[in-house]
Design a protein. Structure first.
Length: 365
């Protein structure tokens, strides 16, 4: 009987079996994979908010520096109405909140308001880092129309700040005021001048800032733009001497005018000090004013350095600091006689911003 021939078995191996018998190759592969993983970890693009394409249409609308008539008819009148609404209870404002964005400086700023009478609510937010800020106003409908607009508000904020000083000058300065001194010659100073010129019949404007070239450039530009003569001065004393109105628009942390420059009958807009770190007049000078006002009392209590220090020293009580909205509404009288010295601390509030934003939105619809 023939023996049964046995055929050798073919051994089939998988990847695991191969790696088990070839440890060197396995270890080399592992090292390559770990190295590739480490390289990828440090080089792969990581995004908290990944980029993706949405069906948006971006609309950029240029709003050139307004002439006095445009300021009055455009931004200034809505801001005046909005400020009045705070006194009548038809508008609501929330003071600015600040959230640190780094250990070395910088904040996220957030301020909100609503104006049910006009069917709007909204907020302005911006981050300031190393002196650079981009402002955005988001405007909502309170009548079921949802989001109305997102507006980049750098220029809009400048015009709004100017409008506030224009209103304060209208209601607190002497009606026959003829001479204005502007201390500061930056971009904010331009709208300060435009708005005040739109409210009062001025004969003379003077400007002073620390940099000669900047104040001369400002004077030339605004003289041509507004058709008025603007004199450059070599000191704040020269600029303010004999003036009826002084507008301070600087980012100074120390007073830019002395107490001796605050004379009988004058009105002062302090528009640059919207932080407890800034001060354009001394807290001791507050005692010289017959009427002290601000745009929002609660915001002044946490932001206005001059008034915060003056109340701490007992120079003035918060009960004697008035919101400009009450003057606009006619509930109180700001200036009672021509000799009065009046002050407006302009901090910038959200209801002014949403009023200005609504004006822009309405022009596009």
């Amino acid at each position: 009987m023939a023996e049964k021939q046995e055929h050798p078995k073919v051994r089939k191996e998988g990847a695991i079996a191969y790696m088990a018998r070839n440890s060197i190759a396995t270890n080399l592969l592992m090292i390559v994979l770990i190295g590739a993983g480490i390289w990828t970890m440090y080089n792969i693009q990581k995004e908290v908010f990944p980029q993706f394409q949405l069906d948006f249409v971006e609309v950029n609308v240029a709003y050139p520096g307004a002439a006095p008539e445009e300021v009055e008819q455009g931004i200034l009148l809505p801001v005046e109405e909005a400020m009045k609404s705070l006194s009548t209870g038809k508008g609501f404002n929330s003071p600015r909140k600040r959230l640190p964005t780094s250990y070395s400086g910088g904040n996220l700023h957030f301020m909100a308001a609503s104006w049910p009478e006009k069917g709007i609510a909204g907020h302005k937010s911006y981050v300031v880092t190393k002196g650079i800020a981009t402002f955005v106003v988001i405007l909502y409908s309170t009548e079921g129309k949802g989001l109305l607009a997102i507006i980049e508000a750098n220029l809009l904020g400048q015009i709004r700040t100017g409008a506030a000083s224009g209103l304060a000058s209208k209601y607190l300065a002497n009606n026959n005021s003829k001479k204005l001194a502007v201390i500061g010659s930056g971009f904010q100073a331009e709208t300060q001048l435009e708005a005040i010129v739109s409210q009062l019949d001025l004969d003379e404007v003077r400007v002073y800032s620390r940099t000669k070239d900047k104040r001369e450039s400002f004077a030339n530009k605004m003289s041509n733009k507004l058709g008025i003569n603007i004199k450059t001065c070599n000191s704040s004393e020269e600029a303010t001497n004999g003036c009826d109105i002084i507008s301070l628009i600087t980012n100074s942390s120390t007073p830019v005018i002395s107490d001796d420059q605050i004379n009988e009958g004058i009105h002062i807009n302090a528009a640059g000090g919207n932080s407890w770190l800034r001060s354009e007049i001394s807290s001791n000078a507050i005692n010289k004013f017959d009427f002290v006002s601000c745009d929002d009392l609660e915001q002044a209590k946490i932001e206005c350095k001059e008034l915060m220090e003056a109340t701490e020293k007992g120079i003035i009580s918060w009960n004697n600091v008035h919101e400009i909205s009450s003057v606009i509404d006619g509930k109180i009288k700001g200036r009672t006689k021509s000799q009065d010295i009046t002050l407006y601390e302009s901090l910038g509030i959200a209801i002014q911003d949403i009023a200005a934003a609504k004006y822009v939105y309405d022009q596009l619809n």
